[in-house]
Structures are given as C-alpha cells and as structure tokens.
Design a protein around this ligand. Structure first.
Ligand SMILES: C[S@@+](CC[C@H](N)C(=O)[O-])C[C@H]1O[C@@H](n2cnc3c(N)ncnc32)[C@H](O)[C@@H]1O
Length: 292
C-alpha cells in the first residue's frame, strides 16, 4: 500500500508551531511527523505527517481539526509516496555508483571496474536497488565501515530488492546471509543478480513480509541486520528486529528522511539499540545502531 505525506507550507516559525500541533494531535501514536526546509531564501518550510493511504481521510480530518484554531486558512497538501517510486528512483541514471569500496554498475559498464573496486553488477530492472538512490549508496558505505570494524559472522538483509546490499556484503565477507523481501518478483530478481555476481552460495533468498517466515529462526540471530525500508515500517518492526539481533550485533537502517530520524532513533532506543553513526545522502539518512 502507498504511503501518503500530508503537509502544510509555512515559514520556519509557523512550520515549527504546526509541527508542535501535529505532535500534540498524534501524540504517542505511530505517525511520523517532521519539518523540512524547502527554500532557504524565501523562508519556505513544510510540516508533514506520514501515513498509509487507507488512513488518509481520518488523518486529514484530525490535521484540519488541529489547525482550525490557529491556522484555519492553511492548505493541507498531499504527496503520494508510491511503492513504484522506489523502482522509478532506482532507474534514475545508469552510470556506475561508488559507495565505500563498492562500485555498483550495469553490465554495459563492466570495463569501468578498477582493480581495488568491489564490483556489484546490477542492471536496472523490476526491483529497487541499482545504487543510484541515496539510501542504497548510504547502506553500502555503512556496510563497508561496519564490516571492517566489527566481527560479522552472519547477516540479514530485510527488504533486499535487487539484492544489491546482500551481494555487496557477501563479496567482502564470506558469511551466510539471509535476504528477504515482501515482493516475490524482487526475490527472483535478487536470485538472478546473486548468480550473476557469483555469490549465490551462502546467500539464502526468501519471500517474507516483515519477520513472518521460519527462515529467521533457522538462520538467526544475526550479527548484522540491514533494513532499507521506510521509516514507518522500521518503527513498527523495532521489537522484532531487536529480537533477531545477536548480543552486541549491529543494525543498519535506511529509507529514512532526515526529518524522520529522531522518531526512528527513539523507537530503537526503546529496544536497547544505541546510535553509533548517521550518514546523510540527498536528504536521506542511513543509521548504524548497536546492541547494548
Ligand atoms: C527501498 S527498497 C531497498 C532495496 C535494496 N535493499 C536497496 O537498498 O537498494 C525497499 C524494499 O523493501 C521491500 N519491503 C517493503 N516492505 C517490506 C516488508 N514489510 N518486509 C519485507 N520487505 C519489504 C520492498 O519490496 C523493496 O524491495
């Protein structure tokens, strides 16, 4: 189901006030709210709430009621963040992308791989993850740094898409990896990509929504869990994700807009995962958390 952003455009001061109103309206509920700067010179900001499409009428009514007293004339705008957007985004530009030691490239750019590159060959297709999106590149960079600094004996890539992250990790660490996706088409694409990159052995690919598969208990708990999904499902999954993490393990989260990061961090602090590092790429953040 698509995610929706309802937002109001205002000056920085008003956007902060509107954010306070939205925080009051939605309190401890599971909605991500935040402000984003749109145009510094014109002092234009957006205060937003993120929700699932089937909640739109109800959430819009509550936003209207919340703003009625102080901002009765503010226009509530909407943006659809459809799943298909992930694929469209991943098709943007097909030049090779560097992230850490990784070079993600299409088959037409095989000749551009240099000696020290860890090459991941992915052709744009039906699954998200060619390396062009800030979240994928951020995860690859973070995987490189975590794998270098911590013992990682097994890993989970939740929401694997094209398989790019699992393939990258398998290329630098000869460890068992479970990679899952809610979308069976993505799982098939990832299997093909794993074969093409010569890392099919040791990489188990499974179709599963969230943590609903016996594969997690069979392969886990994991020293490293990578999940590049959206902020809201990540927040919901925090307890299950923590339960599948080995003691002292690391988590890499992405798919999070900069304005959403505090809420994600709060959810994960609640399950005893502490913040280690945040990487920023094109308005998206990738977060490294550690158990204990
Ligand atoms: C942003 S893409 C990330 C793909 C790849 N890991 C990357 O970093 O480029 C998110 C992927 O998560 C999958 N996904 C979304 N919700 C999921 C869920 N609840 N459980 C498992 N996979 C999910 C989507 O089908 C999609 O392939």
């Amino acid at each position: 189901m698509s995610e929706i952003r309802l937002y109001v455009t205002a000056s920085e001061r008003d956007a902060e006030r509107i954010l306070a109103i939205l925080s009051e309206v939605f309190g401890e509920e599971d909605y991500v709210v935040g402000t984003t700067e749109v145009d510094e010179k014109r002092d234009l900001w957006e205060a937003s709430v993120y929700l699932m499409a089937d909640e739109e009428d109800e959430v819009r009514r509550r936003v209207e009621e919340g703003l009625a007293q102080t901002y009765p004339d503010k226009d509530i705008q909407r943006e659809v963040i459809p799943d298909v957007d992930w694929i469209a985004k991943s098709l943007e530009g097909l030049k090779p992308v560097r992230a850490g030691r990784f070079l993600v490239h299409g088959s037409h750019d095989r000749h551009k791989v240099k000696v020290n590159d860890v090459a991941i060959e992915i052709d744009a297709g039906q699954a998200f993850g060619t390396g062009h999106h800030g979240t994928t590149a951020g995860c690859l960079e973070m995987i490189h740094s975590v794998a270098r600094s911590r013992p990682v004996r097994n890993a989970l890539d939740l929401g694997t898409g094209s398989g790019v992250l699992a393939i990258g990790l398998r290329k630098i660490r000869n460890i068992p990896i479970l990679a899952t996706d809610i979308d069976p088409v993505a799982v098939e694409v990832a299997k093909e990509n794993a074969r093409r990159n010569g890392v099919a052995r040791g990489l188990r690919l499974v179709t599963a929504p969230g943590f609903h598969s016996p594969a997690f208990a069979e392969e886990g708990p994991f020293d490293l869990i990578i999940a590049n999904i959206l902020a809201r499902p990540l927040i919901k999954m925090a307890p299950q994700l923590a339960a599948n993490l080995a003691p002292g393990g690391s988590v890499i989260l992405s798919g999070i807009l900069a304005a959403q990061r505090w809420k994600v961090l709060a959810a994960y602090n609640g399950v005893k995962l502490r913040h280690v590092r945040t990487l920023w790429r094109n308005g998206w953040v990738t977060i490294h958390l550690q158990h204990g």
